[in-house]
Design a binder for this molecule. Sequence first.
Ligand code: ATP
Length: 257
Amino acid sequence: MSYNLAQPDPVISISGLNVRSARSHILKNISLQIPRNKVTVLLGPSGCGKTTLLKCLNKLTDLYSELTVSGHVYIDGDDIINTGQDLSAIRQKMGLLSQKPYPLPLSIFRNVSYGLKIQGIRDKNTVKAKVEKHLREAGLWEEVKDRLDQPASRLSIGQQQRLCLARGLAVNPEIILADEPTSALDPISSKKIEQLFVKLKKDYTIVLVTHIMQQASTLADHIVFMYLGEVIEQGTREDIFERPKSPVLKEFLATGH
Ligand SMILES: Nc1ncnc2c1ncn2[C@@H]1O[C@H](COP(=O)(O)OP(=O)(O)OP(=O)(O)O)[C@@H](O)[C@H]1O
């Protein structure tokens, strides 16, 4: 499957992005476009900067005073790196899924309604309908519909990860950022998350960090291969897996690191 990488309206456009710590140059002059309603996979060996790049997209880098970020990250045309814009408004555009699920210490229902509250939705019937909608989107409704008032902590880890996805979707994001979201999950739960991503890209733009090649080759529309803080190659999965150009990508495909 091929598509035009140079979309007229990429949801995220990055140019000249650099991240430095006192000791190292972590991201080196990254320029990249992330297409709308596609799955973009950030692929590369451990330590190449995938998570740092993901953190730049929702300004989580602000939490690390040791990091200096320069350059531009445009989300829907707004440069979030050089803006006085309210951070929570920027972050509301994005749902974040991390390696391990972190449900709130609340019931299953309230984990999802929490996201609705953030948006000021309080009408009881609307909240109920939206909680069901997002649990369905996250493929969890059938498993939890009879125990919505139970603590989220009683769910399996795979179910908790889908609950966190539902909670993220309840904030009505445009973009889902996922940092190795299946790394703590068993193969069946991992498969479920992968299948959800394929469905969700119809309505959301997904940026997924993984070093699992199988996952990249099943899910990705667009793959960005990173190495030592640089984008080395990007393209469709055919470009990356069948026609790799650079020696480091060839080596990574052959050895996994
Ligand atoms: N807050 C920080 N301070 C200093 N160095 C950092 C910081 N965060 C990340 N780094 C360094 O930046 C480099 C890239 O880290 P990052 O976590 O982005 O890599 P990654 O590709 O996601 O790796 P992995 O696949 O192992 O999670 C690493 O060398 C890491 O030690």
